[in-house]
Design a protein around this ligand. Structure first.
Ligand code: 5GP
Ligand code: MN
Length: 328
């Protein structure tokens, strides 16, 4: 039962001390928000903790409480200062998503896995997984309630940020009555909703606009017009001054075309590594497609990474999506 699972997760936290808190590689709004919410909770309980991510905190999330204290392996060299026995993983669809933060786990580390991805295989000693949660932040709000901790404005802002970003501004199919009631409570706790929406969803950097311009000029459609895709190379990023962060949201353009069932974005990362973002109108489960390539995610939003040259990756993935669509 869900309340029992919440209690078990609460016990994992209460009975231990000195935690490592990690989320997934190339962290997004929910990943960073969830990291700081766990940090906030641990601080409230007077516990010792270290927050760590393989990548850096995206600059538009720097406003979040103590996000500047999240260590990034990009800035650190050599051996970890110590290894942690108690690890809390948030928003990680599978164990591989923790990336190189694993180097900070003690060999006998015990993991609390808090996540909302349906492809999560329950890699923790304790697993707090709710597959119909809009965001990991939603689960954490329930955990705070279980532990009788009322979020202050800082914690509320982080939870709201996770909900806002993972629901695309309270618009996607995961925007349930529970999400809206949580948003209501968070606004009452002092969250500035319009300001967060403006900064996180509306504002575009110059690099973002330039990469959008270039990406759209390459839009391709399958012959049946049900799959649309864009691709971005490493040179594109260099020439436009765009960062990885500026690519977020780009996949929505192919996805939003009338009649398109699946939108894809191929991001080249070096010579032979391509990150693929997949979005579906719901007819096709892109989680299943991504999983076939070693990735994962949700029915309507998923991703994976392949190590082949870009044209081969495009052919392979578009082919797989087409096969899935044709079989329906
Ligand atoms: P995005 O396209 O925004 O990077 O990711 C969409 C969704 O798919 C997210 O929920 C994300 O966690 C999941 N996802 C993206 N890439 C991967 C991957 O390589 N492996 C797994 N398991 N999930 C991924
Ligand atoms: Mn999430």
């Amino acid at each position: 039962m869900w309340t029992e699972e919440l209690k078990e997760a609460a016990a994992f936290i209460r009975e231990r001390d000195d935690f490592l808190v990690v989320s997934h590689v190339q962290p997004d709004g929910d990943a960073i928000s969830s990291t700081v919410v766990v940090g906030w909770l641990l601080e409230k309980l007077g516990k010792k903790y270290t927050m760590l991510n393989e990548g850096a905190v995206p600059s538009r999330l720097h406003f979040l409480w103590k996000s500047s204290e999240i260590l990034s392996l990009e800035d650190l060299e050599g051996e970890p200062p110590k290894k942690f026995r108690n690890v809390i993983c948030v928003d990680c669809a599978d164990y591989a998503r923790v990336g190189r933060t694993e180097q900070w786990f003690a060999p006998a580390a015990e993991l609390l896995n808090i996540d909302h991805h349906p492809t999560n295989d329950g890699f923790g000693l304790v697993n707090l997984m709710k597959f119909n949660a809009a965001a990991t932040a939603e689960i954490l709000f329930e955990l705070l309630d279980t532990m009788e901790l009322e979020p202050d404005t800082s914690a509320a802002t982080a939870i709201y940020t996770g909900l806002l970003t993972d629901t695309g501004g309270f618009r996607y199919a995961n925007t349930t009555p529970l999400v809206m009631s949580m948003a209501s409570r968070l606004l009452q706790a002092g969250v500035n909703g319009p300001e967060l929406a403006e900064n996180l969803l509306e504002r575009m950097s110059a690099g973002q606009l330039r990469i959008l311009q270039r990406g759209l000029s390459r839009l391709e459609l399958s012959s049946d017009q049900r799959i649309a895709w864009l691709w971005v190379t490493s040179e594109d990023l260099e020439e436009t001054g765009a960062t990885n962060e500026d690519l977020e949201g780009l996949v929505n353009y192919p996805r939003n075309i009338e009649g398109v069932e699946v939108g894809l974005l191929f991001k080249q990362n070096g010579e032979k590594s391509v990150k693929i973002s997949m979005r579906s109108s719901g007819t096709v489960s892109v989680a299943a497609v991504a999983q076939a390539f070693g990735g994962g995610g949700h029915v309507r939003a998923a991703g994976c990474r392949l190590t082949d040259p870009l044209p081969e990756v495009i052919a392979k993935v578009v082919g797989e999506v087409q096969k899935t669509l044709d079989s329906l």
